[in-house]
Design a protein around this ligand. Structure first.
Ligand SMILES: Cc1ncc(COP(=O)(O)O)c(C=O)c1O
Length: 384
């Protein structure tokens, strides 16, 4: 490994969108050219084709492609008429978009703690969050589990708590489309699920994009309407208040090409994760994936003893190796979200993770030789 470190000093991208572009360039150029030729830029045939391909890929009955992962959450919450007086339980250790749309609709995100191994919503904290919501006079309506860093949440345990309290389950799979839980792909698990096609996501387009997945026919009809200004059966019937939430045909064309190689890319990400796990065993807490789950490794996130992270990041940066911290502050510590209730019992795990986590370069095109350079640099910086 030290030999590689001397031989190869190229800067390493954190996520290499350009490598995938080199692989797929011609096919994507042609797909975009087809849209430029037919000029149906909004909701053209590529959007319908993409929805059908995504449904076949994950097993959901309906796929509603839309403008972003955030709008996907918004559409689902609007379709359920979530609003003032409603509580929606969200993990506090997540990207803000999860709770943002709840707050935007005037409902109250109630923030719950996560599990230390999986970083995902902890079912007992979910139970406590429901009690907290009731104590505050709110109606617990829904829960948004997040499949953080590409790993599915504990969906069966969450579904059991949701059933006990009559909660709708909206799976925020923005980081995890392509992953599976007990033999089912995300998208086909919860009452509804959402994902993001932001370029850095495991399946990303060349701009903003997202999708909602559901098996509920009536919900799908409302989602399709809400996506286009709440349109009714006739285009200029305004049946409800909606948004401009469409995915454009060029992004759908890009995604159709990328979907063809997505399974291969997931396999490559898993090989990269396995190499990190071997190389870093004993020097950091590496993520573990349960037997009944698969991850798409949106991030490869390790944990270090408190106080060691910033020195490691600086040592790696000096060698051209980027890192990132997701998330330095849980939502209940963020200026915009600290006014929302935290589940009884607090969020001690999220607080600790915010001090300990650091994410390493991860993508489907990370060459083993470069990865060994990263592993060697980490081991050296940590004195292993
Ligand atoms: C967990 C989570 N939810 C929602 C989103 C929002 O997705 P988008 O950026 O496509 O709006 C993201 C994006 O990073 C995310 O990580």
């Amino acid at each position: 490994m030290n030999q590689h470190a001397r031989l190869d000093e190229r800067p390493i991208p954190f996520i290499d969108v350009a490598a995938q572009r080199r692989r797929l360039g011609g096919a994507i150029d042609e797909a975009i050219a087809r849209v430029l030729a037919h000029c149906q830029f909004i909701h053209g045939p590529e959007v319908r084709a993409l929805e059908a391909e995504l449904a076949a890929f994950c097993g959901a009955r309906h796929v509603i492609a839309c403008s972003s992962g955030t709008d996907a959450l918004l559409l689902a919450l609007m379709a359920w008429a979530i609003g003032a007086g409603d509580a929606v339980i969200c993990p506090t250790f997540t990207f803000c978009a999860t709770a943002e749309m709840v707050a935007l609709l005037g409902a109250t995100p109630v923030l719950a703690d996560v599990d230390a191994q999986t970083f995902n919503l902890e079912p007992e904290s979910l139970q406590r969050a429901v009690a907290t919501a009731k104590r505050l006079g709110l109606r617990p309506r829904a829960v948004i589990p997040v499949d953080l860093f590409g790993l599915p949440a504990d969906h069966d345990a969450i579904a059991a708590v949701a059933a006990e309290h009559g909660l709708l389950v909206l799976d925020d799979a923005a980081q995890a489309f392509g992953a599976s839980y007990r033999g089912k792909k995300l998208g086909a698990l919860a009452t509804a699920a959402t994902t993001s096609f932001f370029p850095a996501k495991p399946l990303g387009c060349y701009g903003d994009g997202g999708a909602v997945f559901t098996d509920d026919d009536a919900l799908a009809v409302r989602l399709r309407s809400l996506r286009v200004h709440g349109e009714g059966p006739d285009k200029y019937d305004a049946a409800r208040i909606g948004i401009t939430g469409r995915l454009d045909s060029i992004q759908a064309a890009v995604l159709l090409e990328k979907l063809k190689i997505f399974p291969e890319e997931i396999a490559a990400r898993n090989r990269t994760a396995a190499r990190y796990a071997d190389g870093l065993a004993g020097v950091a807490t590496v993520p573990r994936v349960g037997n009944e789950q698969t991850s798409v490794w949106a991030q490869y996130t390790i944990r270090l003893a408190p106080g060691r992270r910033d020195a490691l990041a600086a040592a790696l940066k000096a060698q051209g190796i980027p890192t990132a911290v997701y998330y330095r502050k849980p939502l209940h510590r963020q200026e915009a979200y600290c006014r929302f209730p935290l589940a009884d019992g607090g969020a001690p795990v999220s607080e600790r993770l915010a001090e300990e986590v650091i994410s390493l370069p991860m993508h489907a095109y990370l060459e083993p030789q470069l990865q060994d350079r990263i592993i060697a640099a980490i081991r050296c910086a940590l004195g292993a």
